[in-house]
Design a protein around this ligand. Structure first.
Ligand SMILES: Cc1cc2nc3c(=O)[nH]c(=O)nc-3n(C[C@H](O)[C@H](O)[C@H](O)COP(=O)(O)OP(=O)(O)OC[C@H]3O[C@@H](n4cnc5c(N)ncnc54)[C@H](O)[C@@H]3O)c2cc1C
Length: 357
């Protein structure tokens, strides 16, 4: 295989690998994506919030601006997928309602408003008395909240299905295998699985929070650590015409994303751990907090829990690092926002590909 062939290996088939494969394939690259279990990592657990404003946090202005760009990029990507395959990724631009449970939680909401103001985001104070529909299902104890406009959610399963279908049409080859070693030669790259050796002109490692395969040498500037998170899937209350809820409860936070038809996603726990287990205490805290604030969930049915490892970098920012002298790159560190940021990671992949040809 020679460089002129515009061929790429993508190691990892989560949302970052899938969007990167899609972007390269639409530009005429011959793409092979390798993953033993595509889209069953962090992407599987994600709630699908594309919510730059609700996620505002002190010192994270850069990340906020990145997410705003990503929301625009998702609108374009969604339209492109729809046109190509008829499988559309719907962006539900509902905004977010922020509420606090007790006095100290309400102070956190107030502090959020101050930080948001510094980012030029100006939430609106809302009350059950004047905005009853927004508070449907929410405890009468919650006497007010903040509404932030412009936030959205999408269904990550729908996004994975649409991207996979588009990639199939564009000829992306999917190999269900673990890459154990990568290498670079003068003419391109190779990736080794237990069965086979794959070659191409360049390669992208989109391995999320997992360790890099042997032979991938980072400069040491970047590193990722796994931060375990869980979402709980429920059925039974439909608030889909209302904003997503982000609540502060006893100093913790949870969110609730409601989809049409009664399917809902409650999230998310966050533990600096990587064992793939659901701890009862973790689950109980999330459900208790959610039931306090949204008592309407009492009669909902528990469908499943989903667990994933968020790829957290040292500064909690995403990165795209060129490795091994230029033909491999590492796209990771998307932490809590990988679904949101995926179209931007795909853009980085294309820029990188452009520089190697
Ligand atoms: C509970 C939870 C809720 C979240 N909610 C949101 C949200 O609402 N909005 C949002 O924007 N983000 C959210 N996130 C974050 C988001 O899910 C992640 O940032 C994103 O999924 C990371 O995507 P990825 O493709 O890098 O990693 P992953 O989805 O983990 O994919 C990595 C893939 O690489 C494969 N792989 C690893 N090593 C190898 C190898 N050697 N060979 C071949 N394949 C390999 C794995 O099998 C896996 O499929 C959430 C995360 C969690 C855990």
């Amino acid at each position: 295989m020679t460089l002129t062939e515009k061929s790429a290996l993508i190691v990892g088939g989560g949302v970052i690998g899938l969007t990167s494969a899609f972007r390269l394939a639409t530009e005429g690259w011959r793409v092979t994506m390798l993953d033993p279990a595509p889209a069953k990592g962090a992407t599987w657990a994600a709630a699908g919030m594309v919510a730059p404003s609700a996620e505002i946090a002190p010192g994270e202005e850069q990340n906020y601006l990145l997410q705003r760009r990503a929301l625009v990029a998702w609108r374009e990507l969604s339209a492109q997928l729809c046109q190509l395959t008829g499988d559309c990724v719907e962006l539900h631009e509902t905004g977010t309602l922020l509420v606090g449970w007790d006095a100290s939680d309400r102070r956190l909401v107030h502090q959020f408003a101050q930080v948001a103001g510094e980012f030029d985001v100006h939430p609106r104070v809302v009350r059950p008395t004047s905005d009853a529909a927004m508070f449907s299902g929410i405890s009468g104890r919650v006497s007010d909240g903040l509404f932030v406009d412009g936030d959205a959610w999408l269904d990550p399963d729908q996004a994975v299905a649409a991207l996979s279908s588009a990639n199939r049409r564009l000829g992306v080859q999917v190999v269900n295998a673990l890459v154990t070693e990568v290498a670079t030669s003068e003419h391109g790259v190779t990736a080794t699985t237990p069965e086979e050796l794959f070659a191409a002109s360049l390669g992208i490692l989109a391995t999320g929070a997992n360790e890099l395969p042997r032979g991938a040498v980072s400069s040491g500037v970047h590193a990722v650590r796994p931060v375990r998170g869980m979402t709980v899937r429920v059925n039974g209350i439909d608030r889909s015409a209302q904003p997503m809820i982000r609540a502060f409860v006893h100093g913790r936070t949870f969110y609730f994303v409601s989809r049409p038809g009664g399917y809902g996603v409650l999230g998310a726990t966050s533990e600096e751990r990587s064992e793939p287990i659901v701890e009862i205490g973790e689950l109980q805290r999330l459900l208790r907090d959610a039931l306090d604030v949204v008592p309407a969930l009492e009669g909902a049915t528990l469908l499943e829990t989903r667990l994933g490892l968020r790829p957290a970098s040292v500064d909690l920012q995403p990165f795209f690092e060129v490795l091994n002298g230029g033909r491999w790159a590492w796209s990771s560190g998307h932490y809590r926002h990988g679904v949101t940021l995926a179209p931007l990671a795909a853009h980085d992949a294309l820029t990188f590909a452009g520089t190697t040809t």
